[in-house]
Design a protein around this ligand. Structure first.
Ligand SMILES: Nc1ncnc2c1ncn2[C@@H]1O[C@H](COP(=O)(O)OP(=O)(O)OP(=O)(O)O)[C@@H](O)[C@H]1O
Ligand SMILES: [Mg+2]
Length: 589
């Protein structure tokens, strides 16, 4: 970074200095040259004037008598010697009369300045190599100074001396120029480094930020524009970091919501590429492979019923439907909602998937339940109606009437029991049943129930024996636990062949009281074992219908035990008997 802007700055500093020093130098050299030349000219003029005015009176220049002017020549020679000028005296025709420079050259062409001096006007002249001044010598007669020009003083001086001075000045200038160049280069380098340092830093941090390292900041520099730029840059980085943090937080929140949502979410872009899928959607759609993002939904879910729904929506309409025939038998409710840009261009769809298997099962159970209840009601109601019609048709007066009425009474009792059982069940299932929990002696309760069922057992010639291993009190509702034991013993008596035994056993197991009722009846086959606790389930419907059972006893029993916090189960080895068992919490636990 410094390389570029730093060098540019350095170069511009140096250029400015070079140009200004060079221009200054040119002016200075010109001035020095002009000054020394002017000085030299003035000097020559004064010398020429001095010599011209010093020409003795009444002396002809054409043929000056040596004695008269010896003194004058001596003065001219001294002057020439002291000033380093060459002084020549020319006659009124321009012919040399005296020359301090050496031998006289007779045929010197008359120079323009000599001509001007001959006509009475002093004039400067010279060549590349020398400077010259011509000055007229006026006649000086006995009557005073006349205006007649009798000769010319021609003073010349070589320029060598001048150019020596100038070259000295020049070399001094070049030395100064070089030193100032060096110093200015160093200063320019220093200043441009100082100025570009914050810019270099900003650039570096901008690079860092671009690579995602948002915690980087520029150190606040001076108060100039670059300092302001640094602080603005830091403010921008702060704002960027804050916005990014907020965005990330929002994104995280959204992805957590989507991930943890009870429903499955699948986002598919218009081309069919999968953009997002949550855990539940993986499960509901039965997708095994992990890396499905970006892949086409048609290849990920070939032949899946969801594809039909997507086809219906055409990625631009809402579509809703149940996904039937899923391999694992799940029932799924799918809702496809299209997504659009602000300009109305379709972006893709969001598919919400709800696993409604449980819901469907409950629905089926409800329907089954209603049909079961109706079925159970139909038979007793039909027989009551039949008997009532017979009575109305005149049977009332017959002897059989009381028999009919007894039958009606029995059927009504059956119906009442059915209604009571159903009410009990629904109360227990909805948690409305309040249990009166007290510490109870389970053995006493079993004895009481056995007493109540003695006539029934006696009629069937079945013996009930007990083995009480659990003497601790249990926590239970007396009436409900009686009901449980009645139901289990009633079933056992019903299915035990005459002359055989039923055993009721209590034991303590894992801090609970385990009650087992074992009979030696026909047993229950494995496929029916799981279903005996279902409502209205009877192994042999046709046979048990006459016997009066509704198939609700074990369902109620299970509910009661579970409402006590216990568990219930059955084991059977057909045809050698069945054991129903349940547990109850012990008091003082
Ligand atoms: N000890 C048992 N031995 C063999 N099968 C049994 C025994 N107990 C119950 N079952 C079978 O389980 C079914 C359900 O019993 P459950 O007590 O729920 O109904 P139910 O006795 O037929 O009628 P309810 O008890 O409502 O009068 C019975 O119809 C019977 O087929
Ligand atoms: Mg029963």
């Amino acid at each position: 970074m410094f390389r570029k802007i730093g060098w540019e700055l350095t170069l511009s500093y140096v250029m400015v200095i070079v140009f200004s020093v060079a221009i200054l130098g040119i002016f200075l050299l010109n001035f020095v040259e002009g000054y020394f030349t002017g000085n030299a000219r003035q000097d020559l003029y004064r010398q020429a004037q001095l010599v011209a005015e010093g020409w003795p009176r009444n002396v002809s220049l054409r043929e000056p008598a040596p004695n008269e002017i010896r003194f004058f020549w001596g003065m001219v020679e001294r002057l020439s010697h002291q000033t380093g000028s060459r002084i020549r005296i020319l006659s009124d025709r321009g012919a040399p009369v005296y020359d301090t420079g050496g031998e006289m050259e007779p045929d010197v062409p008359i120079l323009p300045e000599v001509k001007s001096a001959l006509s009475g006007t002093a004039m400067a002249g010279g060549s590349k190599a020398s400077l010259a001044q011509a000055y007229p010598i006026f006649e000086k007669g006995p009557s005073g100074d006349g205006r007649a020009v009798i000769g010319v003083v021609y003073v010349s001086r070589s320029r060598i001396y001048l150019s020596q001075i100038l070259s000295h000045v020049r070399s001094q200038f070049y030395l100064g120029f070089s030193i100032s160049m060096l110093l200015s280069l160093l200063l320019a380098l220093f200043f441009s480094h100082y100025i570009t340092k914050p810019i270099v830093e900003i650039t570096r941090e901008a690079d860092n930020i671009a690579q995602g390292r948002l915690d980087k900041r520029v150190r606040a520099g001076s108060r100039n524009e670059i300092g302001v730029l640094s602080s603005k840059f830091n403010m921008m980085a702060d704002a960027l970091q804050k916005t990014l943090n907020e965005l990330t937080e929002e994104k995280n929140k959204l992805s957590v919501i989507l991930k943890e949502m009870a429903g499955g979410v699948l986002v598919i872009e218009s081309g069919g590429g999968i953009v997002m899928v949550n855990k539940i959607a993986y499960r509901i759609l039965g997708i095994r492979q992990e890396d499905i993002l970006g892949r086409n939904v048609n290849t990920v879910l070939p032949g899946h019923p969801l594809l039909r729904l997507l086809e219906d929506s055409d990625f631009s309409r809402e579509a809703h439907g149940a996904l039937e025939d899923l391999p694992d038998g799940t029932a799924v409710d799918a809702h496809v909602t299209p997504l659009f840009t602000d300009e109305g261009k379709p972006l893709g769809v969001v598919v919400i998937l709800n696993d409604v298997t449980q819901f469907r099962r409950l629905d089926r159970m409800k329907t089954e339940f209603v049909s079961n209840v109706s079925h159970e009601l139909k038979t007793p109601l039909a027989s009551i109606k039949g008997l009532a019609e017979l009575l109305l048709d005149g049977a009332l007066k017959e002897e059989k009437a009381s028999e009919f009425l007894e039958s009606i009474n029995r059927e009504v009792d059956r119906l009442t029991r059915l209604v009571k059982d159903l009410l009990d069940l629904s109360k227990m299932e909805s948690g409305m049943l309040r249990l009166e929990i007290h510490p109870l002696n389970i053995c006493d309760i079993i004895q009481q129930v056995m007493m109540r069922l003695t006539p029934q057992a006696g009629r069937k010639n079945v013996e009930i024996t007990t083995s009480f291993g659990c003497t601790f009190p249990v926590l239970a509702d007396m009436d409900r636990i009686q009901q449980v034991i009645i139901n289990l013993l009633d079933n056992a008596i019903r299915y035990t062949p005459p002359g055989e035994k039923i055993i009721v056993r209590t034991t303590e197991k894992e801090g609970r009281c385990l009650v087992e009722v074992s009979d030696t009846g026909p047993g229950i086959s494995v496929e029916n074992l799981e279903r005996v606790f279902d409502r209205f389930f009877r192994v042999d419907r046709a046979r048990s219908r006459g016997g009066g059972g509704f198939g609700l006893g074990l369902a109620i029993t299970k509910q009661i035990v579970e409402n006590h916090g216990g568990s219930i189960g059955v084991s059977s080895t057909p045809p050698r008997g069945t054991t129903f068992y349940f547990t109850l919490p012990l008091a003082g636990e």
